[in-house]
Design a protein around this ligand. Structure first.
Ligand code: HEM
Length: 371
């Protein structure tokens, strides 16, 4: 998508697609405003949503819900999870350490986030596969226009199965006093009464949808960037303290989420264009992250980039709640790889196979040779 973004930034930085009836913004400052100006742009994207959740509501509902659920995601709590994430990562890599070809996606980037979120939510490990299937159905986009109805049906089916699944889990957990995220939120619901049972249920589902594929793509996009540019791997091997920088630069350079939608709430202007209430706007954060006006040498993967004010986790009131967790998972996964292997390279003749979506950036698989 990157050459297209560049072209749009130069020629049509604010573009109305009359066929789709959607505004598209490609520049950093415009995208940042669309996603963070909550008075002019609403997160309620459509009227018939299968699920009302934290990502698609506006203040004051959002403010109340966010302040409750953020209690389960403070940096201190997230840091406590580090040893568990490390164990999972080591366990996954131990299983593959006998081969010298590994598929970064299948062997590491795909299983790790789902193991972590299952652990944090306190759901049985045996349910993980089913969990992943639901999550995939919910994030899948239609591959063609004819598939749209089929995709919607699948999403509705997964949503109702997930609701049933979590209702059962929540019921079970009410009887016990545990420390996982769901139990913490149940206590908020029971003690303070500020969180409705419906909100609790949809929040569980959001965690599953928001955190899995995005983190998978972050880890595989990072390794992709390393095999593409050998000096990055060598530098990180020499100085592992740069790994968090590598994570940040991957977030900017190959953002797992490429675009965030909003609905115009009141008539407004962007760079002289008039947008009217009710219209849909796509903020292309994947393009904003490579805007020459904001980043110097944006098409270059710069390990030492500072500042690196990318928009990959959003901006403002909806800023990604899972950002500290995603960063931690990626840091641990990359650190373990770098510790274990002295070289990494892409399997000879392998053609990079990106996932087919204009909303997400990631790889279907990434077979690499490690030594
Ligand atoms: C929101 C990206 C991982 C939970 C968001 C938003 C973005 C984003 C862009 C803002 C959406 C908007 O403004 O409309 C990512 C990326 C991730 C990631 C790129 C991985 C690299 C996670 C993880 C979790 C999570 C691991 C939880 C376990 C959430 C939640 C929200 C959110 C709950 C909604 C916050 C709100 O609306 O107030 N994420 N996310 N995310 N993310 Fe993430």
């Amino acid at each position: 998508p990157f050459p297209w973004y560049k072209n749009m930034r130069e020629k049509h930085p604010v573009y109305y697609d009359s066929k789709q009836g959607v505004w598209n913004v490609f520049l950093y400052e415009d995208a940042k405003r669309v996603i963070s100006d909550k008075d002019a742009f609403s997160s309620k994207k459509s009227k018939e949503l299968p699920l009302q959740n934290i990502t698609n509501i506006d203040p004051p509902d959002h403010t109340r819900l966010r302040s409750l659920v953020s209690k389960a995601f403070t940096p201190k709590i997230v840091a406590n999870w580090e040893p568990r994430i490390q164990d999972f990562t080591k366990g996954l890599l131990d299983q593959i350490s006998k081969k010298n070809t590994i598929d970064i996606v299948e062997d590491l980037a795909y299983p790790l986030p789902v193991m972590v979120i299952a652990e944090l939510l306190g759901i049985p490990t045996s349910d993980r596969n089913q969990f992943k299937e639901w999550s995939n159905s919910l994030v899948a986009g239609p591959s063609s226009t004819e598939d749209i109805q089929e995709t919607i049906n699948q999403k509705n089916k997964a949503t109702s199965e997930l609701k049933e699944y979590f209702s059962h889990i929540i019921q079970e957990k009410r009887k016990k006093s545990l420390e996982d995220i769901i139990s913490v939120l149940i206590q908020a619901e029971e003690n303070e009464g500020k969180l409705s049972a419906e909100e609790l249920l949809s929040f569980c589902i959001v965690l599953l949808v928001a955190g899995n594929e995005t983190t998978t793509n972050l880890i595989s996009n990072a390794v992709y960037s390393f095999v593409e540019n050998k000096t990055v791997w060598e530098t990180l091997k020499q100085d592992p303290t740069l790994i968090p920088n590598a994570v940040e630069e991957t977030l900017r350079y190959r953002s797992p989420v490429q675009v965030l939608p909003r609905r115009v709430k009141m008539d407004t202007e962007i760079s002289g264009y008039k947008l009217t209430s009710g219209q849909l706007v796509f903020a292309w954060i994947g393009s904003a992250n490579r805007d020459e006006n904001k980043f110097s040498n944006p098409e270059y993967f710069d390990l030492k980039r500072n500042p690196n004010d990318h928009l990959t986790f959003g901006k403002g009131i909806h800023f990604c709640l899972g950002a500290p967790l995603a960063r931690l998972e990626a840091k641990i996964a990359l650190s373990e790889l770098i510790k274990r292997y002295s070289t990494i390279s892409i399997k000879e003749g392998y053609q990079i196979d990106p996932i087919e979506s204009s909303f997400m950036n990631g790889l279907k698989s990434l077979p690499v040779i490690v030594e």
